[in-house]
Design a protein around this ligand. Structure first.
Ligand code: GDP
Ligand code: IMO
Ligand code: MG
Length: 429
């Protein structure tokens, strides 16, 4: 059975891009199934740093055909820019290598303005969105008033529909005292982008089912993370899509019997960008130490927004929950090199909640906000592990740490990364 689903196990930015780059090497097709350019997936190859927002990481592998599935939301102007930026780095992008679903929904300038207006109106309770218009685009989708990429096939009708959509949104923006959008200028920019993207539009559902039927290996590249899932995350501090493994099937349109591998990606500690619970969050020197100063591109500052990420210790209550929600067959652990140099490392194994101890995710976000982690302390290691390539090259304490996290989640961890470069991956023999 040929499909692998790769998802973020935490709050996003787990290193999915670099893990997708590894798995893409053995894949015929790499498909994004949800989210939009709120994602920022970093892949570092040789001396080149690729920051992918919508284009699947498989584009860096000559053999893979990349797909943007129907569950994604696409800002056509930003997508065209990203494709041009990748071409400038020498990446070949043609309609043979990238195909875009006619069912994917469009993010308009009005969605971006509405995202900003909604965040402003929430004040201190803001979600901390990426301001890419994601929420309003998915709201129009579920409200059955969205624009789909397939509408671009008929230029005149598309321009009219976009114009009308922006005029409707302008009424709402005016009501909220926000600046309105120029429908004419937007329609022109989007019609230009549509002309560029039209050759890439296809029925990706039919394409994927035909390829799967013929035995092609398909990698479903998740964006965001389990705790940002609209259903399973810390609602309302979530994104508006389903980044969990179920979302891969609805976002791409094939059945579960094709899936034989579900890979969860976790950092060896926790990070979150935006509002919402982060039970193991560390303020002060320890948090700063995990975040880094920003001197390295891999330090904990958002790939899409540049915001500093909140940092804390590994939370296995959350990771166990993620393993259940997604049905992980394995977990890949990233950024192990960042934990070098600690005398001891903490792992949250349970939560204290209202005087009791629980070892599962509480039912409500309000409770999740009140939990205090219960920690187990393990020994750290001092060695620089960036050069490790064999499991036995890892210090004994690092192997104990990996095995303890795997045992606490009842899920194997057979691959870890020890640096951002393509070859800085270590597999258990
Ligand atoms: P994604 O959204 O899940 O693809 O993750 P991001 O790309 O937003 O953030 C992960 C960051 O960690 C990127 O800068 C990666 O280059 C970097 N990274 C990934 N794996 C490792 C690793 O093993 N060590 C270090 N130091 N950095 C890593
Ligand atoms: P990748 O794919 C980290 C977060 C935002 C905010 C919430 C809602 O790089 O892991 P949105 O703009 O989606 O409405 O914001 O979700 N968020 C991410 N955090 N990585 C991402 O993507 C994210 N995509 C959205 O910070 O808290
Ligand atoms: Mg990211």
């Amino acid at each position: 059975m040929p499909a692998t689903i790769l998802v973020g196990a935490q709050w996003g930015d787990e290193g999915k891009g670099r893990v997708a780059d590894w798995l893409a090497a053995g894949s015929d097709v790499v498909a994004r199934f949800g989210g939009g350019d709120n994602a920022g997936h970093t892949v570092y190859v040789g001396a080149t740093l690729y920051k992918l927002h919508l284009v699947p990481s498989g584009i860096l592998h000559q053999r893979a055909v990349c797909v943007l599935g129907g569950g994604t939301v696409i800002n056509p102007v930003n997508l065209v820019r990203e494709m041009d930026d990748l071409r400038a780095l020498g990446v070949e992008i043609t309609p043979e290598r990238l195909i875009i679903s006619t069912r994917a929904h469009i993010i308009s300038p009005a969605h971006i303005a509405l995202d900003k207006a909604s965040e402003k109106a929430r004040g201190a309770d803001k979600i901390g969105t990426t301001l890419r218009g994601i929420g309003p685009a998915y709201m129009d989708k579920t409200g059955r008033s969205g624009l789909r990429m397939g509408q671009m096939l008929d230029v005149e009708a598309f321009a009219e529909a976009l114009y009308a959509h922006i005029e409707t949104a302008n009424a709402a923006l005016l009501r909220d005292g926000c600046e309105t959008i120029d429908p004419q200028a937007s329609a022109e920019a989007y019609v230009d982008a549509a002309a560029r993207l039209r050759p890439y539009l296809r029925d990706t559902t039919r394409y994927l089912n035909e390829r799967l039927h013929d035995g092609a290996r398909v990698l479903c590249e998740g964006a965001q993370g389990t705790m940002l899932d609209i259903d399973h995350g810390d609602y309302p501090f979530v994104t508006s899509s389903s980044p969990t493994s179920g979302g891969a099937l609805t976002g791409l349109g094939f059945g579960p019997l094709y899936v034989d591998r579900v890979v969860g990606v976790t950092k060896c500690f926790s990070t979150r960008v935006g509002s919402g619970p982060l039970p193991t969050e560390l303020s002060g020197a320890l948090g700063d130490r995990l975040r880094g100063t920003g001197a390295h591109f891999w330090d904990e500052f958002g790939t899409t927004t540049g915001r500093p990420r909140r940092c804390g210790w590994m939370d296995t209550v959350m990771l166990r929950y993620a393993a259940q929600v997604n049905g992980f067959s394995e977990i890949v652990m990233t950024k192990l090199d960042v934990l070098s140099g600690f005398d001891t490392i903490q792992i949250a194994t349970a939560y204290e909640l209202d005087g009791g101890v629980i070892d599962y995710m509480p039912m409500t976000t309000a409770e999740q906000n009140r939990v205090k982690p219960v920690y187990e302390t393990v020994a750290g290691w001092r060695e620089d592990i960036g050069g490790a390539r064999q499991w036995n090259d890892l210090p004994a304490a690092a192997r104990v740490y990996i095995d303890r996290v795997a045992a606490l989640c009842a899920t194997p961890i057979n691959t870890v990364s020890v640096g951002p470069e393509r070859d800085q991956l270590v597999h258990r023999q």
